[in-house]
Design a protein around this ligand. Structure first.
Ligand code: TMP
Length: 208
């Protein structure tokens, strides 16, 4: 797949409840208002097959899958999402705004078990082979974010149920990833009114 020159691939990342879905929506609306074609999508999910895999991943007991099995399921969902939604959109020149992508697997599954990060990177290289143009990490205090995440009562709380200490490890993981890839990953302080966060996000966009 070759992306058209005006295509852009933007991902949002962060701990549970940090407000990334809201920010992804705000950005998609702003880009559409400026006349761009935008595909707003999410992971796990974003294609019919990947949404089916999502149901297996986000509900049920926290210990339902091992971290290794999760790596495979998230990668399988991502491959379907990539083939059916993301790659075709980039090929026709659209912006793709995606709520979570491979950095979530690096951080969530990598945080669950040391050593898995290398496995995630190998799976990504083999089956996806593309990083976003820009990744926005919405950075947020885990206690505040956790309270917001659980308050949604979506029935999709398998990861939130691992508790505050896990969310703190995730925050550390996302910050470390931002330091590792400073050209691609930008941290945005999420502890501000949503409109302020949205303006900070827009300022980071590689507009054509
Ligand atoms: P969401 O709540 O942002 O829709 O994401 C669902 C959950 O799945 C969330 O707790 C993060 C987790 N997750 C991973 O553990 N690894 C991944 O690769 C992705 C995409 C999500």
């Amino acid at each position: 797949m070759v992306a058209a020159p005006q295509a852009r691939f933007v991902t949002f990342e962060g701990i549970d409840g940090a407000g990334k879905s809201t920010q992804a929506r705000h950005l998609a609306e702003a880009l559409r208002a400026a006349g761009h074609e935008v595909v707003l999508t999410r992971e796990p999910g974003g294609s019919p097959g990947a949404e089916e895999i999502r149901r297996l991943l986000v509900s049920g007991a926290p210990g339902r899958w091992s971290a290794e099995t999760e790596c495979l399921l998230f990668t399988a969902a991502r491959r379907d999402h990539w083939e059916r939604t993301i790659a075709p959109a980039l090929a026709r020149g659209a912006w793709v705004v995606c709520d979570r992508f491979a950095d979530s697997t690096r951080v969530y599954q990598g945080a669950a078990q040391p050593g898995l990060r290398a496995v995630v990177d190998r799976l990504h290289a083999e089956f996806i082979g593309r990083e976003p143009d820009v990744t926005v990490v919405i950075d947020m205090d885990p206690a505040e974010a956790l309270a917001r995440g659980l308050a949604r009562a979506s029935g999709e709380n398998r990861f939130e149920e691992r508790g505050l200490a896990f969310q703190e490890r995730l925050r550390t993981g996302f910050r470390a990833l931002a330091a590792e890839f400073p050209a691609r990953i930008r941290l945005v302080d999420g502890a501000r009114p949503a409109a302020e966060v949205a303006a900070a996000v827009r300022a980071l966009m590689p507009l054509p």
